[in-house]
Design a protein around this ligand. Structure first.
Ligand SMILES: NC(=O)c1ccc[n+]([C@@H]2O[C@H](COP(=O)([O-])OP(=O)(O)OC[C@H]3O[C@@H](n4cnc5c(N)ncnc54)[C@H](O)[C@@H]3O)[C@@H](O)[C@H]2O)c1
Length: 390
């Protein structure tokens, strides 16, 4: 068995997927079948070609239909603007491809539900990449909650602060289009809500939803935009339609969380940070230092107790047996998360039993649930922060 791989979209996250499939077979023992790196597809031919060459894919394409039509391709990552996910995923599932789609599942809840319906009816596997649960520090904290080291969560304070939209001269892109809730909340808040449920269990209600659009007009780009990179801009501007900042309170039964998503948090290029308070202590994770977490336990010695820094290594999930050097202090970050995600997807496609694999990636139904939370926050924000039950 040989699994042929393609990636659609060679922008910021697309390159991470292209690289991740390369790294995936090098994680853990070699249990995956042979992999064939077939194509990188991007409407921008130059970017697609450069990415294919950089990561050793055989060719590049400019139309996703060439990927759907190629019988040598079995696994496809969809890493393009959210509003394009439905059309491309539909075509790929109809062609029998296994699809790993980026988050959020779609630009609207309606499109996401249609994608989940297509996935349920498909003969192939459809998964959504919500990468952060594969951060060793986040997975370790979750284990400590579940095995009683930290125990039941009392409350959570989590924020995903980014600063990519701070510059008013930063060009218009697909990220600034769509209704309130499709901005910072969907872009980075989707990670936050998913990992808050990973730590606290099922979210039952949201309240106190509020949005701010700090920069209301942006200049049009004069060249191709990739990720958050700055390009030359025109003097013509267009209105920013969605949220630069979002905040809300989430309920998980008896547990409460305060959650914030921002793309105008100056000084935080990629600041996914949280602190979780539990019956036996507390823990915190900061994306700036992803190979460490801080842990506080009540049963530390009185007089010398306090938060300790734990360097993640061979005693922790994903690192142990997975990384080339799996001892603490070596360090790792977000790129590795994509590689573990790709590995989990390939294991599932290869039919390796779940008991011998990494935890499976989330389903499209999970992706719909994730978007229902975002919609509930938008509903709360539209009505003075009212409580919306999930
Ligand atoms: N999991 C994560 O941590 C993470 C991080 C960043 C982005 N994302 C997600 O990845 C997706 C893409 O985001 P990005 O930041 O990489 O975007 P991007 O704007 O950097 O790149 C998108 C690429 O898609 C190409 N493209 C546009 N239309 C296309 C089409 N029809 N067919 C093929 N290629 C096309 C563009 O030319 C561009 O190169 C989004 O869904 C986003 O939410 C996830």
């Amino acid at each position: 068995m040989t699994i042929g791989i393609a990636v659609i979209g060679a922008g910021m996250a697309g390159k991470s997927h292209a690289a991740a499939y390369r790294v995936a077979p090098t994680l853990y023992r070699p249990t995956l079948p042979d992999l064939r790196y077939v194509s990188i597809c991007d409407v921008n031919a130059e970017i697609g070609e450069a990415t294919a060459r950089r990561y050793g894919y055989e060719r590049s394409d400019t139309d996703w239909r060439a990927i759907a039509a190629d019988p040598d391709i079995h696994v496809v990552s969809v890493v393009i603007a959210n509003s394009l996910h439905l059309e491309v995923v539909r075509g790929l599932l109809e062609a029998g491809k296994h699809v790993l789609c980026e988050k959020p599942l779609a630009d609207t809840l309606e499109s996401a539900r249609e994608m989940a319906r297509l996935a349920r009816e498909a003969s192939s596997i459809a998964r959504i990449g919500l990468t952060y649960v594969r951060q060793p520090g986040i997975a370790a904290i979750r284990n400590w909650i579940q095995d009683g080291t930290l125990g039941t969560v009392l409350h959570l304070s989590a924020r995903y602060w980014c600063d990519y939209a701070c510059n008013p001269k930063g060009q218009m892109s697909w990220r600034y289009k769509g209704p309130m809730g499709s901005g910072a909340l969907a872009d980075v808040g989707s990670h936050l809500t998913y990992l808050s449920e990973f730590l606290c269990g099922d979210m039952t209600a949201v309240s106190g939803g509020a949005f701010t659009t700090a920069i209301t007009e942006r200049p049009l780009p004069l060249g191709a935009v990739v990720g958050h990179g700055q390009v030359d801009v025109s003097s013509e501007t267009e209105p920013v339609e969605n949220d630069d900042y979002a905040t809300f309170t989430a309920k998980f039964g008896a547990t409460t969380a305060s959650l914030e998503a921002s793309r105008v948090a100056a000084g935080y290029p990629n600041g996914l940070n949280f602190e979780v308070f539990c019956v036996n202590g507390a823990a915190s994770f900061h994306q700036d230092t992803p190979s460490q977490v801080r842990l506080y336990l009540h049963d530390d010695q009185p007089g010398t107790n306090g938060y300790r820094t734990v360097n993640l290594g061979s005693d922790h999930p994903y690192v142990a047996g997975g990384m080339a050097i799996d001892v603490s202090g070596v360090g790792f970050g977000q790129n590795e998360g994509f590689a573990f995600q790709a590995r989990a997807f390939l294991e599932e496609v290869a039919g390796i039993p779940e008991s011998e694999s990494l935890p499976r990636n989330a389903s499209f139904d999970d992706g719909v649930h994730n978007m229902e939370i975002l919609a509930a926050v938008a509903e709360s924000a539209a009505d003075n922060g009212k409580t919306v039950t999930l």
